[in-house]
Every structure is written in C-alpha cells, then in structure tokens.
Ligand binder design. Structure first.
Ligand SMILES: NC(=O)c1ccc[n+]([C@@H]2O[C@H](COP(=O)([O-])OP(=O)(O)OC[C@H]3O[C@@H](n4cnc5c(N)ncnc54)[C@H](O)[C@@H]3O)[C@@H](O)[C@H]2O)c1
Length: 467
C-alpha cells in the first residue's frame, strides 16, 4: 500500500466534507485528512470523527491552523466564494499545495493575486474545474482535436439550470446575492467559460452580454403569499416552488433523475415519485434501493445538518430554504446570454438561465466538415457527430452513473493528488492532466468578470483590456 498524502481541510461543508471527505474515506491509500478548520462545531466534529482527526488538530477557523507548522503537503480550500483568497494565500505562503474551489476569487484583483502568488511561491494551486474531468467533455475535446468537424465556425453552449436548483441555490440559498457571493455568471458559469476555452484551445477576443433578474421578485408573488411557504400559503397546491414539495417530497429531484435515466433505475425513480412507501419496503430485499429510500444528499444536506424528516420540516419553518421565492433578498440574474468572438475566428454564445425543466448543459458546435451536438445531464450524457460529406452519424454515450458532476469530482481529486505526488512542489506540466492551474483559470474568470461588466454597462468588452 502506498503512503497517503497528508492533507488539511479548510471548510468542512458540502464540498469539503461531502465530496472531498468522502473521496478520502474511499481512497485511504491516496489522501488522509490530518487537520480541519471549520467554525460550525457540528460539522467540525462530524468531519473530525469520520477522519479520526485528534482534537488538537481541529480549529474554528483557518487562521490558527495555518499559523502552525505544516501538517501535511496539501490544503483543500472549500470555504464560500468570498472566503477563498485569504486562506489560499496563507496556505501557499505556509508551504502547502492547494486545491481551491471555484470561483478562485470574486474580484479581478484577487484572482490575479492568487495566480501571481502561486507562481511566486513555487507551490501548486489548482482550481476545481470539474467539467474538464468528465468523460463527456473529455470526449468532446478529443472529437474536436481529431479534426472530424473541420474548422470550428460557431459554438452555442447552454447552461440550463433547473427551476428548482435555481430556487435552491440562487434565490433562497448561498449564491443569491452578488455582494455575498459572486455574480451568477461567475458562480455558475466559470466552469462553462473554462470548458469553452479548453475545448477550442483558444481565447476570447471580445464579448457582450445581456440578461437580468426577471422572475423571482416580489411583484411576481401570488396574492397573499406569506414570507414562508409553511405559513399558510394560499397557492401551496399549485406553486412549483412550494418548499415542502421540493425538500420534503423531493419530487423534482426524483423526476429529474427519472427523466434522464433508463431501465431499472428509471423505474425506481418513477416508483419513488409515485409510491415512496413501496421503494422503502422493497429496499429490505434490495439493499441498493436504500440509496433512494434513505436519500440524505444534496439538496437536503444543505437544508439541515442531519436531514431527517423532522429536521427538514423544522428548517423549512424559519430557515432560508423555507422562504417564498418571491420574498427573498436575492439579486443575482435568472437569465444571461454572453456573445463572444474568439481570437481564432469562431463565434461563441453561452446562454445561462434558471428556468429549465430538466437540469443539463447542451452544446452545439458547427464545423466546416461536420456538426457536434451534445447533452450533459443529471442521469445521462451523449454526444452526436454528423459528418457533412459521408452523412455518417456517430453517437457516443458519455453517461456516468450517479457520480458527482458526471464523474468529474472524483477524477479531479485523483488528478490533483497524482500531480502533487509526482511533481512534488513543482508546477504541474500542462500535458500532465486536465488540471487547471490558477494562471489558466484566471482566463475564464476574467471572461466572467468581463461579461458582467458588459451586461451592466451595456457595452462590448475587449478582453485585451481586461487582461
Ligand atoms: N467545483 C464545483 O463544481 C462546485 C460545486 C458547488 C460548490 N462549489 C464551491 O465550493 C465552495 C464551497 O461550497 P459549499 O457548498 O461546500 O459551501 P458550504 O457553505 O457547505 O461550506 C463552506 C464551509 O466553510 C466554512 N467556513 C466559513 N468560514 C470559515 C473559516 N474562517 N475557516 C474555515 N471554514 C470556514 C463554513 O462553516 C462551511 O461549513 C463555494 O465556493 C462554492 O461555490 C464548487
């Protein structure tokens, strides 16, 4: 058995504990968390217990942890968007190689500072652009690089955020206010902008953008709708955003999975939607069904620390996720389009919106010799290539069964650990993996900042000015 890399975790929330913590538990030969910083005492205790971290290595914040001598080789920074820069700078200066959640920072200045500091320190700093690691986008890039599409003329990419994911994260949840997190084009689409420049192996020359917050506003509230859904909402039976419908019945989640699954899995999701009691009874015979009948994952893991039926109900009575979507303090957009001219000549559009019936990304790429269409969704993903001359149609199934971000989460972590163990503290070689260094991530982040600038200022932004 090889020696695991010792790691520290800053922020034991959904990403830190549930995604990377879970990876460490499943791969004890690769990574071992030896210290944690987390102000929420329940989360801190739970993470420490799961990873057997002694009490002297548990901290309420990153400052005391990073002021101690180094505990290990790597630090994972998984705090909220506005709290990325300071702990990452401190971790790099303390000698750690860092895996930092996206967005790398919420301002142009901080993003630059992170890229510069990483290079000065000689330590690795990678940003969690998980899509690069999915079989789906990896295959898409391979197809483009193969030349089968010929010269790429135009790309249209859609980030279709489902209506209930929008309500959860960007209306009721952590990413609802620009000042407290980031503009939605950065928070949600830095992945997409990163994927576009990665797929085309090109940079954006100029862009413009339109969009705004259209729907989730007080003027659209149904008559008599109270501040909290459970306070006797008169449209409880009809409103799609009724909180118990989303979080207690979990119907949108099961429907999304059912819509995008096939065979037995689809039948289970449909049964869970219509007769959850049946799935629960059958799970005594088929233990694999417990994943569904005892589901405790996202989004309910965000609503309550211990998401039992009772805890969820209590959280909805007065917590943020029980609020009427028309009476929240949200200000981020619910639709935005970015039109881009790339340096190599391709025109590219990115459409992001929060009103999709089914969550998923769609990409259409027009080349001089062929066309690619692709869907990347909850339960399934596919790519179809049509060649002009031969009329040949090739379809690829790029689905990954129930895995975070279409398989991207695990592969990203594995690549980071490989990069750290192979190249020591040296900067990752570009060919070594799909990992995005801070310098490379800076480009997609600058595009997002530029898109927001263009939208608010109603202008065309030249990227050279931003760089
Ligand atoms: N890569 C992806 O695809 C992806 C997906 C979802 C979220 N994210 C990003 O991951 C980050 C974390 O998101 P999340 O959903 O896990 O959030 P979260 O709120 O669940 O977790 C953040 C944790 O940081 C802790 N924290 C706050 N102050 C701290 C401090 N001073 N020191 C240490 N810990 C502190 C919080 O208590 C919380 O537990 C966000 O920036 C988010 O945008 C990335």
């Amino acid at each position: 058995m090889k020696h695991p890399i010792n790691a520290i975790l800053i922020g034991a929330g959904q990403r830190g504990a549930d995604v990377y913590g879970t990876y460490a538990l499943a791969h004890p030969d690769e990574i071992c968390f030896v210290a944690v910083a987390e102000p929420n005492s329940e989360r801190q205790a739970r993470f420490a217990a799961q990873h057997k971290i002694p009490s002297q290595n548990q901290f309420e914040s990153w400052e005391p942890l990073l002021s101690r001598p180094q505990y290990g080789q790597v630090a994972l920074v998984c705090t909220q968007d506005q709290q990325h820069t300071a702990p990452t700078l401190a971790a790099l200066r303390a000698g750690y190689d860092v895996l930092l959640e996206k967005p790398m920072a919420t301002t142009v200045q901080d993003s630059r500072l992170l890229a510069d500091t990483a290079e000065e320190s000689g330590h690795q700093l990678h940003i969690c652009h998980v899509l690069r690691f999915t079989p789906h986008f990896t295959k898409m890039r391979e197809i483009i690089l193969s030349g089968v599409l010929g010269e790429i003329i135009s790309v249209s990419h859609r980030e279709n955020v489902s209506w209930w994911h929008m309500a959860h994260s960007f209306v009721r949840g952590n990413w609802r206010k620009t000042a407290e997190s980031a503009p939605m084009i950065l928070a949600k689409c830095c992945h997409d902008l990163d994927i576009l420049i990665w797929l085309l192996d090109d940079r954006c020359e100029s862009l413009s953008s339109v969009g705004g917050l259209r729907h989730y506003r007080p003027q659209n509230a149904p008559e008599g709708a109270p501040s909290y859904c459970l306070d006797g909402c008169p449209v409880a039976e009809n409103c799609p955003y009724y909180a118990p419908f989303i979080y207690e019945d979990l119907l949108p989640l099961w429907r999304n999975y059912a819509d995008t699954s096939q065979g037995f899995e689809r039948a289970v999701m449909r049964a869970q939607e219509r007769a959850p009691g049946l799935v629960q009874s059958l799970s005594a015979l088929l233990p694999s069904l417990r994943q569904v009948s005892e589901y405790r994952g996202w989004p309910i893991s965000v609503v309550a620390q211990n998401p039992t039926k009772e805890e969820i109900h209590n959280a909805l009575k007065s917590g943020p996720y029980g609020r009427c979507v028309y009476h929240c303090d949200n200000d981020v957009v619910d639709h935005q389009v970015v039109a881009m001219q790339f340096e190599g000549g391709a025109s590219v559009t990115l459409t992001m919106h929060g009103h999709s019936h089914t969550e998923g990304r769609f990409t259409r790429i027009q080349g001089a010799r062929g066309e690619l269409q692709a869907g990347f969704g909850y339960g399934g993903s596919w790519i179809e290539v049509n060649e002009h001359r031969s009329d040949r149609c090739t379809r690829y199934d790029t689905s990954v069964v129930r895995s975070g971000h279409g398989g991207g989460d695990e592969k990203l972590m594995a690549a980071f650990l490989k990069s750290v163990s192979e190249s020591g503290t040296h900067f990752a070689k570009p060919s070594a993996s799909h990992l995005s260094t801070a310098r490379r991530s800076l480009e997609s982040h600058l595009m997002a900042f530029a898109a927001e600038d263009a939208r608010l200022g109603e202008k065309v932004v030249r990227m050279a000015d931003f760089r």
